[in-house]
Design a protein around this ligand. Structure first.
Ligand code: AMP
Ligand code: ZN
Length: 460
Protein backbone atom coordinates (compact mmCIF):
# COMPACT_ATOMS: atom_id res chain seq x y z
CA UNK A 1 0.00 0.00 0.00
CA UNK A 2 1.14 3.54 -0.69
CA UNK A 3 0.92 6.51 1.64
CA UNK A 4 -1.98 8.86 0.92
CA UNK A 5 -2.39 12.20 2.63
CA UNK A 6 -5.24 14.70 2.69
CA UNK A 7 -4.16 18.10 1.37
CA UNK A 8 -6.05 21.14 2.68
CA UNK A 9 -5.22 23.03 -0.54
CA UNK A 10 -6.64 20.53 -3.03
CA UNK A 11 -9.22 19.14 -0.54
CA UNK A 12 -8.49 15.56 -1.46
CA UNK A 13 -6.47 12.57 -0.37
CA UNK A 14 -3.57 12.07 -2.76
CA UNK A 15 -0.74 9.55 -3.01
CA UNK A 16 2.28 11.01 -1.25
CA UNK A 17 5.16 11.48 -3.69
CA UNK A 18 8.16 13.16 -2.07
CA UNK A 19 10.20 15.71 -4.01
CA UNK A 20 13.27 13.67 -3.06
CA UNK A 21 12.83 10.24 -1.44
CA UNK A 22 16.30 10.59 0.09
CA UNK A 23 15.36 13.87 1.75
CA UNK A 24 11.68 13.95 2.74
CA UNK A 25 10.98 17.36 4.28
CA UNK A 26 8.26 18.43 6.73
CA UNK A 27 7.64 21.68 8.60
CA UNK A 28 5.20 22.08 11.49
CA UNK A 29 4.45 25.36 13.26
CA UNK A 30 5.66 25.11 16.84
CA UNK A 31 4.80 26.87 20.08
CA UNK A 32 5.05 30.51 21.04
CA UNK A 33 6.99 30.13 24.26
CA UNK A 34 5.37 32.22 26.99
CA UNK A 35 3.36 29.72 29.10
CA UNK A 36 2.77 26.02 29.72
CA UNK A 37 1.43 24.26 26.62
CA UNK A 38 -2.20 23.13 26.93
CA UNK A 39 -3.58 19.77 25.91
CA UNK A 40 -4.81 21.23 22.59
CA UNK A 41 -1.21 22.12 21.75
CA UNK A 42 -0.30 18.46 22.34
CA UNK A 43 -2.46 17.43 19.40
CA UNK A 44 -0.24 18.65 16.53
CA UNK A 45 2.81 17.45 18.48
CA UNK A 46 1.46 13.89 18.71
CA UNK A 47 -0.19 13.74 15.27
CA UNK A 48 2.89 14.95 13.38
CA UNK A 49 5.12 12.74 15.52
CA UNK A 50 3.15 9.75 14.24
CA UNK A 51 3.59 11.01 10.69
CA UNK A 52 7.33 11.58 11.31
CA UNK A 53 7.67 7.99 12.59
CA UNK A 54 5.68 6.61 9.66
CA UNK A 55 7.82 8.53 7.14
CA UNK A 56 10.99 7.23 8.82
CA UNK A 57 9.55 3.71 8.63
CA UNK A 58 8.89 4.15 4.90
CA UNK A 59 11.93 6.14 3.74
CA UNK A 60 14.54 5.36 6.40
CA UNK A 61 15.50 7.39 9.48
CA UNK A 62 18.31 9.21 7.71
CA UNK A 63 16.05 10.38 4.89
CA UNK A 64 13.39 12.36 6.72
CA UNK A 65 13.89 15.91 8.00
CA UNK A 66 11.31 17.31 10.40
CA UNK A 67 11.48 20.98 11.36
CA UNK A 68 9.34 22.41 14.15
CA UNK A 69 10.09 25.98 15.14
CA UNK A 70 10.05 27.84 18.41
CA UNK A 71 8.53 31.31 18.24
CA UNK A 72 10.54 33.33 20.74
CA UNK A 73 9.61 36.87 19.66
CA UNK A 74 6.02 37.93 20.20
CA UNK A 75 3.90 40.49 22.08
CA UNK A 76 2.58 37.79 24.41
CA UNK A 77 6.16 36.94 25.41
CA UNK A 78 6.94 40.61 26.06
CA UNK A 79 3.81 41.02 28.21
CA UNK A 80 4.56 37.90 30.24
CA UNK A 81 8.18 38.95 30.77
CA UNK A 82 7.17 42.39 32.06
CA UNK A 83 4.58 40.81 34.37
CA UNK A 84 6.75 38.00 35.80
CA UNK A 85 10.08 39.83 36.08
CA UNK A 86 9.25 43.49 36.68
CA UNK A 87 12.69 44.18 38.21
CA UNK A 88 14.69 43.03 35.20
CA UNK A 89 15.51 44.84 31.94
CA UNK A 90 12.89 43.64 29.43
CA UNK A 91 15.30 41.75 27.19
CA UNK A 92 16.72 39.79 30.11
CA UNK A 93 13.23 39.02 31.38
CA UNK A 94 12.24 37.83 27.90
CA UNK A 95 15.21 35.49 27.79
CA UNK A 96 14.15 34.01 31.13
CA UNK A 97 10.56 33.48 29.96
CA UNK A 98 11.52 31.86 26.65
CA UNK A 99 14.18 29.63 28.24
CA UNK A 100 11.88 28.43 31.02
CA UNK A 101 8.93 27.87 28.74
CA UNK A 102 11.07 26.14 26.13
CA UNK A 103 12.37 23.70 28.74
CA UNK A 104 8.85 23.01 30.03
CA UNK A 105 7.72 22.36 26.48
CA UNK A 106 10.51 19.86 25.91
CA UNK A 107 9.78 18.04 29.17
CA UNK A 108 6.09 17.82 28.20
CA UNK A 109 6.55 16.57 24.65
CA UNK A 110 9.30 14.10 25.66
CA UNK A 111 6.85 12.61 28.14
CA UNK A 112 4.25 12.30 25.39
CA UNK A 113 6.65 10.00 23.55
CA UNK A 114 7.25 12.51 20.75
CA UNK A 115 10.63 12.28 19.04
CA UNK A 116 12.56 15.53 18.92
CA UNK A 117 12.32 17.06 15.43
CA UNK A 118 15.48 17.01 13.30
CA UNK A 119 15.80 20.78 13.75
CA UNK A 120 14.08 23.15 16.20
CA UNK A 121 14.91 26.60 14.87
CA UNK A 122 14.28 29.71 16.94
CA UNK A 123 12.80 32.77 15.28
CA UNK A 124 15.33 35.16 16.83
CA UNK A 125 18.15 33.20 15.19
CA UNK A 126 16.69 33.73 11.70
CA UNK A 127 16.22 37.47 11.53
CA UNK A 128 18.73 37.66 8.63
CA UNK A 129 16.64 35.27 6.52
CA UNK A 130 13.49 37.23 7.37
CA UNK A 131 15.13 40.48 6.24
CA UNK A 132 16.26 38.85 3.01
CA UNK A 133 12.77 37.58 2.16
CA UNK A 134 11.32 41.01 2.94
CA UNK A 135 13.88 42.72 0.67
CA UNK A 136 12.97 40.35 -2.15
CA UNK A 137 9.26 41.05 -1.66
CA UNK A 138 9.81 44.80 -1.76
CA UNK A 139 11.95 44.48 -4.88
CA UNK A 140 9.33 42.31 -6.55
CA UNK A 141 6.59 44.87 -5.87
CA UNK A 142 4.70 42.66 -3.41
CA UNK A 143 5.55 44.66 -0.30
CA UNK A 144 6.17 48.29 0.67
CA UNK A 145 7.53 50.29 3.60
CA UNK A 146 5.28 52.79 5.38
CA UNK A 147 5.79 54.53 8.73
CA UNK A 148 8.58 52.15 9.73
CA UNK A 149 6.44 49.11 8.92
CA UNK A 150 6.80 46.79 5.94
CA UNK A 151 3.50 45.49 4.60
CA UNK A 152 2.65 42.71 2.22
CA UNK A 153 -0.01 43.41 -0.39
CA UNK A 154 -2.18 40.39 -1.29
CA UNK A 155 -3.75 42.55 -4.00
CA UNK A 156 -0.35 43.08 -5.65
CA UNK A 157 0.21 39.33 -5.50
CA UNK A 158 -3.08 38.50 -7.22
CA UNK A 159 -2.54 41.24 -9.82
CA UNK A 160 0.88 39.80 -10.75
CA UNK A 161 -0.46 36.28 -11.13
CA UNK A 162 2.55 35.02 -13.13
CA UNK A 163 3.30 31.49 -11.93
CA UNK A 164 2.13 32.30 -8.42
CA UNK A 165 -0.69 30.75 -6.41
CA UNK A 166 -3.81 32.84 -5.85
CA UNK A 167 -3.93 34.56 -2.45
CA UNK A 168 -6.83 32.90 -0.64
CA UNK A 169 -6.53 29.53 -2.39
CA UNK A 170 -5.33 27.60 0.68
CA UNK A 171 -8.06 28.90 2.97
CA UNK A 172 -10.64 28.86 0.18
CA UNK A 173 -11.46 32.55 0.45
CA UNK A 174 -11.77 35.14 -2.24
CA UNK A 175 -9.73 38.30 -1.91
CA UNK A 176 -12.73 40.38 -3.07
CA UNK A 177 -14.78 39.06 -0.16
CA UNK A 178 -11.92 39.76 2.22
CA UNK A 179 -11.70 43.33 0.92
CA UNK A 180 -15.45 43.80 1.35
CA UNK A 181 -15.47 42.18 4.79
CA UNK A 182 -12.38 43.84 6.25
CA UNK A 183 -12.66 46.08 9.27
CA UNK A 184 -13.00 49.80 8.64
CA UNK A 185 -10.74 51.05 11.43
CA UNK A 186 -7.73 49.92 9.45
CA UNK A 187 -4.19 51.02 10.46
CA UNK A 188 -3.34 54.31 8.69
CA UNK A 189 -0.06 53.03 7.22
CA UNK A 190 -1.82 50.31 5.22
CA UNK A 191 -2.60 51.05 1.56
CA UNK A 192 -5.30 48.40 1.51
CA UNK A 193 -7.20 46.91 4.40
CA UNK A 194 -6.07 43.36 3.48
CA UNK A 195 -2.33 44.19 3.72
CA UNK A 196 -0.51 42.37 6.49
CA UNK A 197 2.60 43.16 8.51
CA UNK A 198 6.01 41.71 7.62
CA UNK A 199 8.03 44.00 9.87
CA UNK A 200 7.11 46.58 12.51
CA UNK A 201 8.89 49.11 14.72
CA UNK A 202 9.90 48.10 18.25
CA UNK A 203 8.94 50.19 21.25
CA UNK A 204 11.83 51.41 23.45
CA UNK A 205 13.24 48.49 25.48
CA UNK A 206 11.63 45.83 23.28
CA UNK A 207 13.76 43.38 21.30
CA UNK A 208 14.84 45.04 18.07
CA UNK A 209 17.01 44.42 15.04
CA UNK A 210 18.22 46.54 12.09
CA UNK A 211 15.26 46.92 9.73
CA UNK A 212 14.99 45.95 6.04
CA UNK A 213 13.67 48.09 3.19
CA UNK A 214 15.72 51.17 4.04
CA UNK A 215 13.91 51.80 7.32
CA UNK A 216 16.19 53.69 9.75
CA UNK A 217 14.54 52.75 13.04
CA UNK A 218 15.16 49.28 14.41
CA UNK A 219 12.23 46.88 14.46
CA UNK A 220 11.03 43.30 14.76
CA UNK A 221 9.36 40.75 12.51
CA UNK A 222 5.67 39.93 12.18
CA UNK A 223 4.65 36.37 13.05
CA UNK A 224 4.02 34.97 9.55
CA UNK A 225 7.43 35.90 8.12
CA UNK A 226 9.16 33.86 10.84
CA UNK A 227 7.92 30.53 9.52
CA UNK A 228 8.65 31.42 5.88
CA UNK A 229 12.23 32.23 6.91
CA UNK A 230 12.84 29.15 9.04
CA UNK A 231 11.25 26.76 6.53
CA UNK A 232 13.38 28.29 3.75
CA UNK A 233 16.59 28.07 5.75
CA UNK A 234 16.15 24.44 6.78
CA UNK A 235 13.99 22.89 4.05
CA UNK A 236 14.47 25.09 0.99
CA UNK A 237 12.07 27.12 -1.15
CA UNK A 238 9.79 24.16 -1.82
CA UNK A 239 9.28 21.12 0.38
CA UNK A 240 6.90 18.22 0.96
CA UNK A 241 4.63 18.70 3.96
CA UNK A 242 3.57 21.68 6.03
CA UNK A 243 1.44 21.10 9.11
CA UNK A 244 -0.27 22.71 12.07
CA UNK A 245 -3.66 23.11 13.70
CA UNK A 246 -6.71 24.00 11.60
CA UNK A 247 -6.82 27.48 13.19
CA UNK A 248 -3.56 28.31 11.43
CA UNK A 249 -4.90 27.93 7.86
CA UNK A 250 -5.95 31.57 7.82
CA UNK A 251 -4.24 33.93 8.08
CA UNK A 252 -0.97 32.29 9.17
CA UNK A 253 -0.49 29.65 6.48
CA UNK A 254 -2.15 31.65 3.73
CA UNK A 255 0.38 34.39 4.48
CA UNK A 256 3.33 32.00 4.67
CA UNK A 257 2.45 30.75 1.17
CA UNK A 258 2.13 34.31 -0.11
CA UNK A 259 5.50 35.38 1.30
CA UNK A 260 7.47 32.33 0.21
CA UNK A 261 5.95 31.95 -3.25
CA UNK A 262 6.30 35.65 -4.10
CA UNK A 263 9.86 35.89 -2.74
CA UNK A 264 11.07 32.86 -4.70
CA UNK A 265 8.70 32.99 -7.69
CA UNK A 266 7.22 29.63 -6.96
CA UNK A 267 3.83 28.13 -7.54
CA UNK A 268 3.93 26.16 -4.29
CA UNK A 269 5.59 26.31 -0.91
CA UNK A 270 4.66 22.82 0.32
CA UNK A 271 3.10 20.01 -1.70
CA UNK A 272 0.82 18.80 1.11
CA UNK A 273 -0.85 21.04 3.69
CA UNK A 274 -2.02 19.07 6.69
CA UNK A 275 -4.14 20.39 9.55
CA UNK A 276 -5.29 18.75 12.74
CA UNK A 277 -8.80 19.41 14.04
CA UNK A 278 -9.47 21.18 17.31
CA UNK A 279 -9.62 19.69 20.76
CA UNK A 280 -12.31 20.55 23.27
CA UNK A 281 -12.67 19.41 26.87
CA UNK A 282 -15.79 17.59 28.15
CA UNK A 283 -17.77 19.04 25.20
CA UNK A 284 -16.71 22.62 25.83
CA UNK A 285 -14.24 24.93 24.17
CA UNK A 286 -11.18 25.11 26.38
CA UNK A 287 -10.73 28.53 27.92
CA UNK A 288 -9.27 30.08 31.03
CA UNK A 289 -12.58 31.75 31.88
CA UNK A 290 -14.52 28.46 31.80
CA UNK A 291 -11.99 26.92 34.15
CA UNK A 292 -11.47 23.90 31.88
CA UNK A 293 -8.09 24.98 30.57
CA UNK A 294 -5.73 22.05 31.17
CA UNK A 295 -2.01 22.03 30.59
CA UNK A 296 -0.04 18.98 29.50
CA UNK A 297 2.03 19.49 32.64
CA UNK A 298 -1.04 19.16 34.91
CA UNK A 299 -2.24 16.01 33.16
CA UNK A 300 1.22 14.44 33.41
CA UNK A 301 0.97 14.65 37.19
CA UNK A 302 -1.89 12.13 37.06
CA UNK A 303 -1.32 10.14 33.88
CA UNK A 304 1.66 8.67 32.07
CA UNK A 305 2.35 10.55 28.84
CA UNK A 306 1.60 7.46 26.76
CA UNK A 307 -1.95 7.43 28.12
CA UNK A 308 -2.41 10.98 26.81
CA UNK A 309 -0.86 9.89 23.52
CA UNK A 310 -3.19 6.91 23.08
CA UNK A 311 -6.18 8.99 24.08
CA UNK A 312 -5.29 11.56 21.42
CA UNK A 313 -4.83 8.96 18.69
CA UNK A 314 -8.21 7.30 19.29
CA UNK A 315 -9.71 10.12 17.19
CA UNK A 316 -8.73 10.73 13.57
CA UNK A 317 -6.48 13.80 13.37
CA UNK A 318 -8.81 15.79 11.12
CA UNK A 319 -11.89 15.30 13.31
CA UNK A 320 -12.60 17.44 16.33
CA UNK A 321 -11.73 15.62 19.55
CA UNK A 322 -13.64 15.72 22.80
CA UNK A 323 -11.17 15.20 25.66
CA UNK A 324 -12.92 13.45 28.55
CA UNK A 325 -11.90 11.88 31.84
CA UNK A 326 -13.85 8.76 30.96
CA UNK A 327 -11.92 8.22 27.76
CA UNK A 328 -8.63 8.83 29.59
CA UNK A 329 -9.47 6.13 32.11
CA UNK A 330 -10.23 3.69 29.30
CA UNK A 331 -6.96 4.55 27.55
CA UNK A 332 -5.08 3.91 30.80
CA UNK A 333 -6.71 0.48 31.20
CA UNK A 334 -5.86 -0.44 27.62
CA UNK A 335 -2.22 0.53 28.05
CA UNK A 336 -1.94 -1.33 31.36
CA UNK A 337 -3.01 -4.45 29.52
CA UNK A 338 -0.74 -3.88 26.51
CA UNK A 339 2.22 -3.23 28.79
CA UNK A 340 1.55 -6.45 30.68
CA UNK A 341 1.50 -8.62 27.56
CA UNK A 342 3.74 -6.79 25.08
CA UNK A 343 6.30 -4.55 26.80
CA UNK A 344 8.85 -7.25 27.61
CA UNK A 345 8.68 -9.42 24.49
CA UNK A 346 11.07 -9.14 21.53
CA UNK A 347 8.95 -7.04 19.16
CA UNK A 348 8.01 -8.45 15.78
CA UNK A 349 7.48 -6.45 12.60
CA UNK A 350 4.61 -3.93 12.74
CA UNK A 351 1.50 -5.66 11.41
CA UNK A 352 0.02 -4.71 8.02
CA UNK A 353 -3.35 -4.43 9.76
CA UNK A 354 -1.88 -1.48 11.72
CA UNK A 355 0.38 0.07 9.08
CA UNK A 356 -2.21 0.04 6.26
CA UNK A 357 -4.71 2.29 8.07
CA UNK A 358 -1.86 4.66 8.94
CA UNK A 359 -0.95 4.84 5.26
CA UNK A 360 -4.53 5.92 4.59
CA UNK A 361 -4.14 9.51 5.81
CA UNK A 362 -3.11 8.46 9.34
CA UNK A 363 -6.25 6.55 10.24
CA UNK A 364 -5.19 5.97 13.84
CA UNK A 365 -8.63 4.87 15.16
CA UNK A 366 -8.60 1.97 12.69
CA UNK A 367 -4.96 1.19 13.55
CA UNK A 368 -5.89 1.09 17.25
CA UNK A 369 -8.81 -1.25 16.52
CA UNK A 370 -6.29 -3.53 14.78
CA UNK A 371 -4.04 -3.40 17.88
CA UNK A 372 -6.94 -4.73 19.95
CA UNK A 373 -7.26 -7.56 17.42
CA UNK A 374 -3.54 -8.41 17.67
CA UNK A 375 -3.82 -8.60 21.45
CA UNK A 376 -5.42 -12.04 21.11
CA UNK A 377 -3.77 -13.21 17.88
CA UNK A 378 -0.13 -12.04 17.75
CA UNK A 379 1.51 -10.42 20.75
CA UNK A 380 4.87 -10.00 18.98
CA UNK A 381 3.29 -8.04 16.14
CA UNK A 382 1.33 -6.08 18.76
CA UNK A 383 4.64 -5.10 20.39
CA UNK A 384 6.25 -4.08 17.07
CA UNK A 385 3.18 -2.09 16.03
CA UNK A 386 2.94 -0.30 19.37
CA UNK A 387 6.59 0.70 19.11
CA UNK A 388 6.06 2.07 15.62
CA UNK A 389 3.34 4.29 17.10
CA UNK A 390 5.64 5.54 19.87
CA UNK A 391 4.43 3.34 22.75
CA UNK A 392 6.19 0.88 25.11
CA UNK A 393 9.10 3.16 25.98
CA UNK A 394 9.32 1.41 29.38
CA UNK A 395 9.45 -2.16 30.65
CA UNK A 396 6.33 -3.71 32.20
CA UNK A 397 7.94 -3.41 35.64
CA UNK A 398 8.77 0.29 35.17
CA UNK A 399 5.21 0.95 34.02
CA UNK A 400 3.69 -0.87 36.99
CA UNK A 401 6.18 0.78 39.34
CA UNK A 402 5.23 4.25 38.15
CA UNK A 403 1.59 3.43 38.62
CA UNK A 404 2.33 2.35 42.17
CA UNK A 405 4.29 5.50 42.83
CA UNK A 406 1.51 7.68 41.43
CA UNK A 407 -1.06 5.81 43.51
CA UNK A 408 0.99 6.23 46.69
CA UNK A 409 0.82 2.46 47.33
CA UNK A 410 3.80 1.06 49.18
CA UNK A 411 4.82 -2.14 47.38
CA UNK A 412 6.61 -3.54 50.47
CA UNK A 413 3.48 -3.09 52.57
CA UNK A 414 1.39 -4.84 49.90
CA UNK A 415 3.82 -7.77 49.85
CA UNK A 416 3.70 -8.01 53.65
CA UNK A 417 -0.11 -8.06 53.67
CA UNK A 418 -0.12 -10.66 50.88
CA UNK A 419 2.13 -13.03 52.81
CA UNK A 420 -0.08 -12.56 55.91
CA UNK A 421 -3.04 -13.40 53.71
CA UNK A 422 -1.32 -16.51 52.33
CA UNK A 423 -0.57 -17.60 55.90
CA UNK A 424 -4.22 -17.02 56.93
CA UNK A 425 -5.43 -19.03 53.95
CA UNK A 426 -3.15 -21.95 54.72
CA UNK A 427 -4.53 -22.14 58.24
CA UNK A 428 -8.02 -21.85 56.67
CA UNK A 429 -8.73 -18.53 58.43
CA UNK A 430 -10.85 -17.22 55.56
CA UNK A 431 -12.31 -14.40 57.61
CA UNK A 432 -8.82 -12.97 58.04
CA UNK A 433 -7.80 -13.56 54.42
CA UNK A 434 -10.98 -11.80 53.20
CA UNK A 435 -10.28 -8.92 55.56
CA UNK A 436 -6.82 -8.47 54.07
CA UNK A 437 -8.16 -8.68 50.53
CA UNK A 438 -10.73 -5.95 51.33
CA UNK A 439 -8.03 -3.86 52.96
CA UNK A 440 -5.89 -4.12 49.83
CA UNK A 441 -8.88 -3.27 47.64
CA UNK A 442 -9.45 -0.16 49.74
CA UNK A 443 -5.81 0.76 49.09
CA UNK A 444 -6.51 0.44 45.35
CA UNK A 445 -4.74 -2.90 44.95
CA UNK A 446 -6.35 -5.73 42.98
CA UNK A 447 -5.12 -9.28 43.58
CA UNK A 448 -5.35 -12.34 41.41
CA UNK A 449 -4.95 -15.89 42.77
CA UNK A 450 -3.77 -18.63 40.46
CA UNK A 451 -2.03 -21.99 40.74
CA UNK A 452 1.31 -20.19 40.33
CA UNK A 453 0.60 -17.94 43.30
CA UNK A 454 -0.88 -14.52 43.95
CA UNK A 455 -0.15 -11.48 41.78
CA UNK A 456 -1.28 -7.94 42.35
CA UNK A 457 -1.59 -4.64 40.53
CA UNK A 458 -2.91 -1.16 41.05
CA UNK A 459 -6.57 -1.10 40.05
CA UNK A 460 -7.35 1.96 37.95
P1 AMP B 1 -0.33 28.29 19.53
O1 AMP B 1 0.77 28.25 20.55
O2 AMP B 1 -1.66 28.71 20.03
O3 AMP B 1 0.09 29.02 18.27
O4 AMP B 1 -0.57 26.79 19.07
C1 AMP B 1 0.44 25.86 18.77
C2 AMP B 1 -0.17 24.74 17.97
O5 AMP B 1 -1.26 24.13 18.69
C3 AMP B 1 -0.77 25.18 16.64
O6 AMP B 1 -0.50 24.19 15.66
C4 AMP B 1 -2.26 25.27 16.93
O7 AMP B 1 -3.01 25.10 15.76
C5 AMP B 1 -2.44 24.12 17.87
N1 AMP B 1 -3.63 24.26 18.75
C6 AMP B 1 -3.91 25.29 19.58
N2 AMP B 1 -5.06 25.08 20.26
C7 AMP B 1 -5.53 23.87 19.86
C8 AMP B 1 -6.68 23.07 20.19
N3 AMP B 1 -7.58 23.46 21.11
N4 AMP B 1 -6.84 21.89 19.53
C9 AMP B 1 -5.94 21.47 18.63
N5 AMP B 1 -4.84 22.15 18.28
C10 AMP B 1 -4.62 23.34 18.87
ZN1 ZN C 1 4.06 28.90 11.24
Amino acid sequence: MELRLYDTLTKEKRPFVPLDANDVRMYVCGPTVYDFAHIGNARPVIVFDVLFRLLRHLYGEAHVKYVRNITDVDDKINDRAARDFPGLPLNEAIRKVTEQTGQQFHADVDALGALRPSVEPRATEHIGEMREIIERLVKGGFAYAAEDHVLFSPQAMNAANAGLPRYGALSNRSLDEMIAGARVDVAPYKKDNTDFVLWKPSKPGEPSWPSPAGIKAEGRPGWHIECSAMAWKHLGEHFDIHGGGIDLVFPHHENEVAQTCCAFHRERMANYWMHNGFLQVESEKMSKSLGNFITIHQLLADWPGEVLRLNMLKTHYRSPIDWTMKSLEESAKTLDDWYRVAADVAPGKPAASVVDPLLDDLNTPLAIAALHGLRSSDVLALAGSLRLLGFLSESAAQWEGRKQQASGVDAKEVERLLSERTAARSRKDFKESDRIRDLLAAMGVAIKDSKAGTTWEIAR
